[in-house]
Design a protein around this ligand. Structure first.
Ligand code: NAD
Length: 266
């Protein structure tokens, strides 16, 4: 039987892609499309909003029929409000929204005492596999391998390094006992900018319309091992969210991550 899916933030960039991909997937049936109450798409048929033709599902500010699972890509504040409603109605929830404060993260943890919650700042399956692999490789190769992380994004990205690059550094630090942020060297310039042993080099390139590329290079005298992830499309996040939603249905209360979906936490 198809999974009854509720999408919160359904008229947003991510919400629309998730809705479009779910509409094309027989494993899902979208039963509610939620948007903020003052959004111009309120009352508009979701199918028409997506350019797929009428599907008799008006965008609304509340869910009516209880979905099997919710996917939320909105704002931190909206996520916390929706999570309270999901907890009350005992509906599991996938959270893709980023930028939650430590207080908001604590309320996610608290809600996960009663319902299954899956939270990931990056829903790409490949990136989450990379998070796992870099720790393993760093620990296996040891201190004589210099580690350099390079991330490339489009010219419009404002922050650097990317959250994903920082998570790669966190995973390496965790696996090798390094301290963050003191183990990082951000770029190099000047006469005394030689490589320090044990540091993780971090480099951000901004060019053109690159969606996102991350490479972690491990080099010693004589060889280099490189692990690279390249995003070809932002749909990797939408596909990951749908995979996470399908995985979450029927799970016990608790806070889960994409590592659980990929079965990497044994
Ligand atoms: P967006 O602004 O295009 O969409 C957000 C939508 O949420 C909007 O349509 C907005 O009206 C809606 N919204 C706001 N308040 C609401 C409420 N109270 N109830 C219902 N809907 C509400 O943004 P986006 O690009 O889709 O990104 C959304 C979030 O997802 C951001 O935090 C972004 O950083 C994050 N994101 C995460 C991943 C990931 O892999 N985890 C990937 C891409 C984006």
């Amino acid at each position: 039987m198809a999974i009854k899916l509720g999408i919160i933030g359904s008229a947003g960039r991510m919400g629309r892609r998730i809705a479009t991909l779910a509409q094309q997937d027989e494993n899902f049936r979208i039963t509610c499309a939620i948007e903020r109450s003052d959004h111009p798409a309120q009352g508009v048929d979701l199918g028409e909003l997506l350019g797929l033709g009428k599907i008799d599902l008006p965008i609304s500010s509340k869910w009516s029929a209880n979905p099997d699972v919710l996917i939320d890509f909105t704002t931190a504040r909206a996520t916390i409000d929706s999570l309270a409603a999901a907890r009350k109605d005992a509906v599991p929830m996938v959270i893709g929204t980023t930028g939650l404060s430590s207080e908001q993260l604590a309320s996610v943890k608290d809600a996960a005492k009663d319902i299954a919650v899956l939270q990931a700042a990056n829903m790409s399956l490949g990136v989450n596999l990379l998070f796992h692999l870099v720790g393993q490789v760093a620990a296996a190769l040891g201190d004589d391998y210099d580690i350099e992380i390079t991330e490339t994004h489009h010219r419009f990205k404002k922050d650097a390094p990317s959250g994903t690059a920082m998570e790669l550094a966190r995973q390496i630090a965790r696996a090798t006992g390094k301290e963050l942020p003191s183990c990082l060297t951000h770029g190099r310039s000047g006469a005394e900018a030689g490589r320090e042993a044990g540091k993780i080099g971090m480099h951000a390139r901004r060019q053109g319309d690159v969606i996102g590329e991350h490479t972690v290079a491990f080099s010693t005298l004589g060889e280099t091992v490189e692990l690279t992830h390249k995003a070809h499309s932002r749909d990797i996040f939408a596909r990951g969210a749908l995979k996470a939603a399908a995985w979450l249905v029927g799970k016990e209360a608790g806070l889960y991550s994409m590592a659980n979906v990929l079965d990497l936490r044994k």
